[in-house]
Every structure is written in C-alpha cells, then in structure tokens.
Design a protein around this ligand. Sequence first.
Ligand SMILES: *Cc1c(COP(=O)(O)O)cnc(C)c1O
Length: 373
Amino acid sequence: MQFIDLAAQYQHLKSRIDQRIHTVLDHGQYILGPEVQELEAQLASYVGVKHAITCANGTDALTLALMALNIGEGDAVLVPTFTFFASAETVAFANATPVFVDSDPDTFNICPVDLEKRIQTIQQEGKFNLKAIMTVDLFGLPANYAAVQKVADKYGLKIIADAAQGFGGAITDLKGNTQRAGSFGDIATTSFFPAKPLGCYGDGGAIFTNNDEYAELIKSYRVHGKGQDKYDNVRIGVNSRLDTIQAAILLEKLAAFPQELANRNALADHYHSQLGDQLKTPQVPNGYLSSWAQYTLVAENREHYMTKLKEQGVPSMIYYGTCMHQQTAFKDLGYQAGDFPVAEQLAKTVFSLPMHPYMTAEEQQRVVRELTI
Ligand SMILES: *Cc1c(COP(=O)(O)O)cnc(C)c1O
C-alpha cells in the first residue's frame, strides 16, 4: 500500500495527460507557453481571486509574496511553529525574523489567542518592525481566518496565507458565503509538489491575490525583475516560473480535482466513523472544508499504532516531529523547550494515515482493521 499513490492517479488520467504533454512537445513553448496562461486563468477562477501567478515551487511562492510586501531586514513575520520548514525558512531567507506562534490543539492551525500575545510581547520589546502574519492551512484545513483577520486589522498587519497544503479547502460563513483556500489574506500561496492535494509531476507553485499592485510586482520579480520585457530589468528579482509541461499536466489534474476532493473527504469520513471512538481523529470546525493533505491522528502511544501498521505493510508518517523553534537552523532565535506547549505536544503525538483519492475500499478497510483490532 502507498501512503500517497501518485501512480494510481496517473493511470486514471493517463491518456489525457499524455495528450497534453505531447501538445507542449509539439508547439515547443516550454517556458511561459500558452498552457501557463490557461492554467493561471483557471486557478484564479477556481480559487475566486483576481490574479493567480504560477512559479517554480511553493517555497518561491512564499518568497515572492514576501518580496511583494517589501519584507526584509529589521522586519518580523508571525509564523506557526508547527508547520513545514519552508513557511519559516522563507521569512529568514528574506532577512526578516520569524516570530513563532503556538497551535490550536484541535485544528493544529495557528492559535489566534497566542498570536495576539506574541504580537504584544514583540511590541513591548520594540526590537522588530512587525509586518505580517503567515497563516498555514495545515494538513488541508483552512486556518481560522475570521479570527486572524481581526488580529491583523487591530495591529495593522498583512496576512500571507500559506495554502501549500490547503488548496481545495474552503470556509462557509454564517451567511452562507463560501470562500476557497487561496482567497484569504492579502497574498496567498500554494505548492504543486507531487504529494500536495493538487500536485504536478515535478516542482510548481502559485501565488493568489486580489491586489493589482502586488500581482504586477510578483510577475516582475519572477522573471528577473523585468520591466517592459525580460531584457529591461527594473528591480532585482529571481527566476521562478512554472514549466509549460507542468502547467499542461495541472490543467488535466485540475479538471479531475473536484472529484478527487470529494474522494478525499469520503475517505476522511470513513476513517472518522471507523476510528473516532478509539482515537483522536482530526476536527473540522463547522463550515470548514478540508482538502486532507494529511489525515492526522493524535495518540500518546503513537509508536504502538505505527508499529502495528508497519507490520502489516501499511505506511504511516509523522508530520511534524520537530517544531520550527526546535530546529537547529533556528537555534539562534533563543526559544526554549516549553515555549509552545501545544505544538510541542503535537510534535510528540501526531501521526498520519494513507490518504489519497484512489484508495480502494479494501485498502481503506485494511488501515482501519490494523488500528482497531
Ligand atoms: C510543501 C509546503 C511548502 C513548500 O512547497 P514546495 O513546493 O515544496 O516548495 C510550503 N509550506 C507548506 C506548509 C508546505 O506544506
């Protein structure tokens, strides 16, 4: 059994994907070819934003967002400590300082109460110029944007929404309005790394915004700070584009995505109904839809369950066993054990089950059986 079965997905979409790849090979516009613009238009429409700008990967997408917000030396960005390294890495790469925030124990996402506490502490110390909050839609569940937006407005901060795992997720408010992941905050980003909910067959990423000025800056930054054309360079940028072949693959994968999202949610429902009595299954707040980048359980004795699964050939993984403030690369920031009690506990107790849209009923039952006998 595969943890994420990308080959099964390819078999399902093979003829259409092969056709798309051949079209690119025939027209030969390998960089920023017509499929890239076609994909960007479709992504913007799916997410519900004015601008979708593709780039080379989800890490670059965050870097480009930070560049557009002019975040650099002396600035600080609030980032959840329980996330993938790239969220915090890009802040440090921009020469700014990540200020870590604890997590909500049920959603695993940034805790709005701890967020405000950390902001007040930073303001009292006066060491940094606080610029932005980076939310992460961890494991596919959108962050608590209503609460985070209130804090951002109160303290005059921008929101960068890292939806690398969240693409496809959504929040429906009390009035019945639904907003998809990627449309929250000032700038949102995603990743098309193969194992993400919407993945390509290599590296890829995208940036989403409703702000025309940010969109223009990001389009310039991603091609060496171009002005009128790529040989007119008006600012220092990077080289970060999505290959046309990857855009072509993504066009077919995006077409299949709504069904895949439904399959993922059906699998999550199955896990929840079969495991919910015995294990702490992931919580989805009312009105939220997860894209289930991971299906993550919490157990004090996770080793027991992971060993049992492994003995029967069922893979399971730990995302994440190390918080950002515990990473060697961030040791100079001076955080101590106990600074983030919820996240530290999660790092010791979480484990994730196989989750992908093409899992057979037999495979689903095997996972459940090994956890419940
Ligand atoms: C995967 C991921 C990224 C980085 O995406 P890449 O395409 O691998 O560079 C950033 N943030 C989070 C939360 C991720 O899961």
